[in-house]
Design a protein around this ligand. Structure first.
Ligand code: DLZ
Length: 210
């Protein structure tokens, strides 16, 4: 396994996610990597006490869409989401002809959009999950730069923590190891778990700093 694959060191403090509302916005590009990342994120949110009804999951085509989509989700009081976490309990339902292309929304087993009422209750954090894999053009560099700056600007402008769940990898193998589904005997580490923990920690800090 790549020795640079690391996880988040445990916090000395315990955080209570039971009153937090968290949005996950994930891409359909590179679904073999995205699926375990979203599952790992949701598992840690639930472990920290976040209620299923307070976790909203929205899909978008690719990473370039993440800053805009996260911004709109934070601004919305009602979300026409791809699914809420109830849909995830039976397993994530991704489908794509090949891993490097986005799975079509609303087709091939991807859940139809459902309307989720969120009466005047803002999200405490949004987790943006994507996976960019370098190709032979400058596309990777431009999108990595735009997405990282867009997500940073969003949290600075809104005051809502935005968790950077975007893998920027040179190869698909690097990405798989960082989703905990590496091809070797050691599967790597699922960074989605770290993002779930980071969301609860940052949302808890933000409530105290308000
Ligand atoms: C076009 C493209 C390419 C080539 N590679 C990726 C990728 O590795 N990961 C990803 O999340 N998205 C990719 N995209 C799609 C763009 O992010 C975006 O969805 C399209 O350019 C449409 O705006």
């Amino acid at each position: 396994m790549d020795p640079t694959v690391k996880g988040l060191a445990p916090s000395s403090q315990k955080y209570d996610g039971s009153t937090l509302r968290i949005a996950i916005v994930h891409t359909r590009w590179n679904e073999t990597v995205i699926e375990p990342l979203v599952a790992g994120t949701v598992a840690k949110l639930r472990e920290q006490g976040v209620k299923e009804s307070n976790i909203i999951v929205q899909s978008v085509p690719g990473s370039f869409e993440l800053p805009y989509a996260c911004s709109r989700v934070l601004a919305a009081s009602r979300v026409q989401a791809t699914s809420n976490v109830q849909d995830l309990l039976g397993g994530l339902n991704f489908s794509s002809p090949r891993s490097g292309t986005p799975a079509p929304a609303g087709t091939s087993g991807v859940p139809e959009p459902v309307t989720v009422d969120m009466p005047n209750e803002p999200f405490d954090a949004v987790i943006a999950i994507g996976c960019l894999i370098k190709g032979s053009t400058m596309h990777f560099e431009y999108i990595c730069d735009a997405v990282s700056h867009g997500l940073m600007k969003l949290q600075m402008d809104t005051g809502v923590p935005v968790i950077f769940g975007v893998l920027t990898c040179l190869t698909e193998d690097q990405a798989l190891e960082r989703a905990g589904v590496g091809k070797g005997a050691n599967k790597g580490h699922n960074h989605g778990e770290d993002w779930g923990l980071a969301a609860v920690e940052m949302a808890s800090h933000t409530r105290r700093w308000a």
